[in-house]
Write a protein that binds this ligand. Structure first.
Ligand SMILES: Cc1ncc(COP(=O)(O)O)c(C=O)c1O
Length: 460
């Protein structure tokens, strides 16, 4: 055997024996405190404590490095701590931290509102206002729609996720863990089935199905709630927590047309899909639909808590002074970060980048699907990418334990991934759009290797 071949064999052997990542002493000590002082409710996917993060890499307090395919659950589209954002935040800290927008106004709030009004779909007069979290944006969008229409009912979709507050729990689908034991929920909320082509509730197949799912809304008015009682229909363009379920392109046009026919406000929850994630600035552009109201958050401000409701001026202005807002809503730090995020998306061509990264991921996912029968479905739009795991491709029996095992094994191998899905059997990834080729390929190699292990464990 040549010297080179021996070295290669040695490398391979070392690679095989590579130690799995586990929490080091500093993370372990913090974990002990965490268990003593923090309740279990605020869950954790990995056992690590962060020390620093840059781009697509998170370093923990013991020096472990992880490739981040979760991006703080779809928050870090522009990557961790981009210099431009950090600099703007430092400048803002030197100016002032908080005045409360309702007490003394500031420039960045109004400037960010102006930018979002122009960037969101819809060629009509719009206004924007800011809140702190995604759930809070949804709560406010519902308030705005109710005030505008004078109606109370709100319709959401099976498999949807809108947050953890009382109204947003009511609009959310997955019972465990999100709703279990937390009722009673906000009243006058209803759910219609979503368009889910992999698990079609009508056992139909696209495109021959005639989009039966889109008719469900109109039929619903005959059986469940009169349309003139409905203030709003709220939908994620792609269900996030629900497992990256992507409806057919014509679906939302039909839903919006039904809303228009009955004077119902159509709210797009673009909290997870927004800000270039799907290869469009907002996913509703793909569907060619102009929502009446949009709820935005997550990647809006590179990790500073911020959310927004943007929509038709006549609707946004229906609530009187003092009826909307909050102490921290639209903080100066959030708004300056939001302005820089929009600059970065433009300057760095992140919409296009999202498609480029997404194409690479899709190609690798399809290769994995060809090798591993446990992968039942590959769903991607831009860099919003998911794999649905099943124990049998014919019965589509969900492989929830395998999915949990996969996520654990990836972080043990230095990669953060996330699970999702109403049935807990979807692996979703939301990597920073600025991720380098090498990090992306390394992360995908880890996914491939771990999927091989999981496939061998669960499929005979
Ligand atoms: C589509 C969607 N809506 C609403 C929310 C709730 O946002 P937050 O956790 O900031 O309240 C989320 C969070 O995951 C989401 O993905």
């Amino acid at each position: 055997m040549s010297k080179l071949a021996t070295a290669e064999a040695l490398n391979l052997e070392m690679e095989e024996k590579k130690e799995l990542l586990s929490p080091g002493p500093k993370s372990k000590a913090l974990q002990e405190k965490r268990e003593k002082y923090v309740p279990v409710g605020p869950y954790n996917i990995t056992p690590f404590f962060a020390e620093s993060a840059k781009g697509a890499i998170v370093k923990d307090v013991d020096g472990n490095e992880l490739i981040d395919f979760a991006g703080g659950i779809g928050v870090m589209n522009v990557g961790h701590s981009p210099e431009k954002v950090v600099e703007a935040l430092k400048n803002q800290l030197d100016r002032f931290i908080h005045t409360c927008y309702h007490v003394v106004q500031f420039d960045s709030y109004v400037e960010l509102a102006e930018k979002l009004v122009h960037l969101t779909p819809g060629d009509f007069d719009k206004k924007a206002m800011f809140l702190n979290s995604g759930a809070e944006a949804i709560e406010n969008a519902v308030k705005i729609a109710r005030k505008y229409t004078g109606r109370s009912a709100v319709i959401s979709f099976t498999g949807g996720y809108h947050g953890r507050t009382n109204m947003t729990m009511a609009l959310t689908s997955k019972v465990k863990p999100y709703k279990h034991g937390f009722g009673p929920f906000a009243s006058e909320t209803y759910k219609v089935p979503y368009a889910n082509c992999y698990r079609c509730p009508y056992n139909a197949a696209y495109p021959d199905c005639g989009l039966e799912c889109a008719d469900a809304l109109e039929n619903f008015f005959a059986t469940e709630v009169a349309p003139d009682s409905v203030a709003a229909v709220i939908a994620e363009p792609i269900q996030g927590e629900g497992g990256f379920v992507i409806p057919p392109r014509e679906y939302f046009k039909a839903i919006k047309a039904t809303c228009e026919k009955h004077g119902i406000v159509f709210i797009a929850d673009e909290i997870q899909t927004g800000f270039a994630r799907t290869g469009h600035l907002f996913a509703m552009e793909y569907f060619g639909v102009e929502p009446d109201l949009m709820a935005l958050s997550k990647s809006i401000a590179a990790g500073i808590p911020l959310s927004a409701v943007v929509g038709k001026s006549e609707m946004m202005d229906a609530s009187g002074a003092g009826q909307l807002g909050g102490t921290f809503a639209g903080s100066p730090l959030g708004c300056v970060a939001g302005l820089k995020v929009l600059e970065l998306i433009e300057e760095e061509g992140l919409v296009e980048q999202s498609n480029k990264v997404g194409e690479k991921i899709r190609k690798r996912f399809l290769e994995m699907k060809a090798k591993y029968p446990i992968i039942g479905d590959v769903r991607t739009m831009g860099s919003m990418c998911a794999l649905e795991l099943v124990l049998d491709r014919t019965t589509k029996e969900p492989a929830a334990a395998a999915t949990k095992g996969f996520v654990d094994k990836t972080w043990q191998n230095g990669l953060i991934t996330l699970s999702a899905g109403l049935l807990g059997n979807v692996i979703r990834i939301l990597p920073p759009l600025v991720i380098g080729d090498e990090e992306l390929e390394k992360g995908l190699d880890i996914m491939d290797q771990v999927m091989g292990e999981i496939n061998a464990e669960y499929i005979n």
